[in-house]
Design a protein around this ligand. Sequence first.
Ligand code: XMP
Ligand code: MG
Length: 180
Amino acid sequence: MISQDIETVLLTEEQIEKRCVELAKQIEDDYNKEGEVPIVVGLLRGSVPFMAELIKRFTFPCEIDFMSVSSYDGTESIGDVKIDKDMDLSSKERAILLVEDIVDTGRTLSEVKKMFINKGATNVKIVALLDKPSRRVVDIHADYIGFEVPNEFVVGYGLDYNQKYRNLPYIGILKREIYE
Ligand code: XMP
Ligand code: MG
């Protein structure tokens, strides 16, 4: 059972769902005002459960797509990201809502946002389930944030350690013995 590897549950499934209802409402109000049909773009793979939870609550028209990016250099991201899998739809002259699991240093979202603007997107907004502000090195503004988390390695609800634990329905802190 993967739940045995969890030290502390930080956010329960109920807390996450409740917050997703609030976020979806806030996002919906903004897009209704703007009258654009955005492309909701999930960054694979961490955003999948969060994105599913959000989009089923949107009542405005939107399209969805996915892309996968990674930093050029192993463990610590170095500010340059490469596209491993690009989205299928064109972002030219489109409003984009980027969906991410967590904003850590901020490098990934900062680079991806720049990429979209260079490709001619008219408007790029960001929604992230989690924010770890203590780790920020790039000044990136996420338009919508689910929860702030402390500087701990968290897994579940899309977030992984070595590709595991993404399927946990809650967010927890991993036991140290698992990664030490
Ligand atoms: P940056 O630093 O560019 O990176 O904001 C964000 C990416 O780093 C990963 N990340 C985590 N993944 N638990 C995870 O499972 C964490 O606590 C964590 N902190 C950062 C994540 O892939 C995110 O997309
Ligand atoms: Mg990620």
